[in-house]
Design a protein around this ligand. Sequence first.
Ligand SMILES: [Zn+2]
Length: 136
Amino acid sequence: MIKGKKILVVHCSDSDYKTHDDISVIRKWHVEERNFVDVGYHFFIKKDGTIQKGRKLKVNGAHCRGINSKSWGVCLSGKSNSFTQAQMKALEQLTIQLSDRIRLVDQHSAFDAKKPFCAGLNDNQVKYLNNLVNVA
Ligand SMILES: [Zn+2]
């Protein structure tokens, strides 16, 4: 059954500045400007495809209003759907890695009408990722 399985929510950092291409920068924003205890995401994917770890998986994230306790958040560095092939490949690998523990992959915009450009993936990209999820 799918009970207990999480939703993987995809975000974008909404910045293409090279200096923002690291989870330490996002962590600083979240902690210093938004008073979070830690970066709100569980993963960050750099432009070169490196997957950086944020919050521990057992800790609720702070990334998607209403479903933080049921989801994990992954943030792709860059503006809405301006991602590199390496990033998409890394997101695919991450989905495969988590495939037994998630029931769905979708993006922020699917859960929050106020975030229509986050992360900006198209339907085929979302569908492709979901085909990697073990829904048994
Ligand atoms: Zn988002």
